[in-house]
Design a binder for this molecule. Sequence first.
Ligand SMILES: [Zn+2]
Length: 164
Amino acid sequence: MNILISEIEKKENQKDILNFSEIIEEFNKEKPVNAEIEIKVLNTTILLTGRIHAEVNLTCDMCLKDFTKVLDFDVKEAYTRYNLNNGCNAEYEVKSNNFTEDLNGSNEIDITDFIYQCVILHIPNKIVCDINCKGDEKLSEYLNTKKTDPRLEIFKNIKIEKDK
Ligand SMILES: [Zn+2]
């Protein structure tokens, strides 16, 4: 889903509220990601603020069980319409701690991609289904089945005779 910045500029106060509800297959094939995002144009900056609700299907790193993690969080991001590296703005980029995305003069913002990136950032590096997840049982089972590749079974029966 793309929004046109020029369309937002025409609105009152140069802002619009977008109700987003789309299936993003990488996260969940059945349940859409829902979001309410306010888009506001301030000169060369486009501010996106709102809330995202996503139910993401993940696999636990500990027990390898599939589970659904509900993510519900606020977002506040800014896009800039023109290249920050142009002339006097170069310094701004270095100093800024904002995750300002550069549109390079484009009139469009891909909202689906924006929301996708926001959700990705909220998925923890270590994915655990539950803080109490012990994981051992299934994981060791998994590792054991991995180890015993049937094609390698034959080697178990080979006896290496030394110094005969
Ligand atoms: Zn687990």
